[in-house]
Write a protein that binds this ligand. Structure first.
Ligand SMILES: [Fe+2]
Ligand SMILES: [Fe+2]
Length: 179
């Protein structure tokens, strides 16, 4: 009887050890896989910015073509976040090595922000409202073209993909906080 009890106890012990160990192994490997996936799905800040360019250009096009003022709150919010994100996280990293391109970008941002501030303070019925919106559209299109044709390729060359992935994560976290 004592022998049977001992065998039974050993079997329970083995079962308990097996479950605990296999759980630990599964958790351990799941964590490794999660970390690998996290590394793979990190997106370069430049890719995020390019998507935002596309989105805001579409919104501006629709607003101007249809003379639709209702999209302005969304346009100004998305544009301001985009401009601030670039000025805070990206431009300081390139200022010393791509000085002319970076300073020109800051200047163009100032022009867009000036027009946005004017629009914020202008009655939507004012005859200048839509012409000003058209100026914002033209400024943004010009600025986006310069960024994508000249500034981004130079930035990729200077910062490399690891740093741009890291900045992409930082930008995404910052956007979560401010939106
Ligand atoms: Fe910009
Ligand atoms: Fe941009």
């Amino acid at each position: 009887m004592f022998f049977i009890f001992r065998i039974y106890f050993i079997l329970i012990l083995i079962r308990y050890l097996f479950i605990t160990l296999s759980e630990n192994f599964i958790t351990y490997y799941l964590e490794i896989m999660y970390k690998k996936c996290e590394g793979i799905i990190m997106t370069s800040m430049i890719e995020i910015l390019k998507n935002e360019h596309k989105n805001v250009k579409n919104l501006l096009n629709e607003a101007v073509e249809n003379k639709d003022t209702s999209k302005y709150p969304q346009i100004q919010k998305e544009l301001r976040i985009h401009l601030e994100g670039e000025e805070t996280l990206l431009y300081p990293k390139t200022r010393d090595q791509a000085t002319d391109l970076t300073l020109e970008a800051y200047e163009e941002h100032d022009l867009v922000k000036k027009e946005l501030n004017d629009l914020d303070n202008l009655n939507i019925e004012n005859e200048y409202w839509m012409p000003k919106m058209k100026v914002v559209k033209d400024l943004v299109e010009h600025h986006v073209k310069e960024e994508e044709d000249e500034y981004f390729p130079k930035t990729e060359e200077l910062l490399g993909s690891d740093q741009l992935d890291h900045l992409g994560q930082k930008y995404a976290d910052w956007k979560d906080d401010v939106m």
